[in-house]
Design a protein around this ligand. Sequence first.
Ligand SMILES: [Zn+2]
Length: 159
Amino acid sequence: MPQFVCDAMLGSLARWLRFFGFDTIFFEGAGRELLDLARRDGRWLVTRNGALAARGPRSICLMSETLDGQLKELLTRLDLHPAPDLDNARCSACNGELENLPASKAIGHVPPHVARTANHFRQCQTCGRIYWRGTHTKRIVERMQRICATLDAGKGAPA
Ligand SMILES: [Zn+2]
């Protein structure tokens, strides 16, 4: 799986790449630092700055101004077809890896109504944030599915 570093303009894109399971750093530093970070980790540098992209061999300059458009553009450019679900998601806040958390350990760390109703929890191994399935994740998955459907359409698959 390719890894990414998104520049300061692309914070939303970074979060969504993490939903899809891509190891993605959001880095607000300037040109030289960004290029060095991308090179050191072997990451794709994702930016909307054409001049910056031209300075790195593994850089992608996105044209789209919308999140859906940027995701579609990036996945198409690298011919990536991630699963449209959150099964491999990383922490959207810090990019840490998520591991299953027994419901008994989530109690006291999530809102009471969530503790009563949710039964599948995962926790970030880096920042400790706890995730669960609910209406918010349903909306995210639906959007992932829409984005992935447009990728397939672009490949000439039957409608
Ligand atoms: Zn985290």
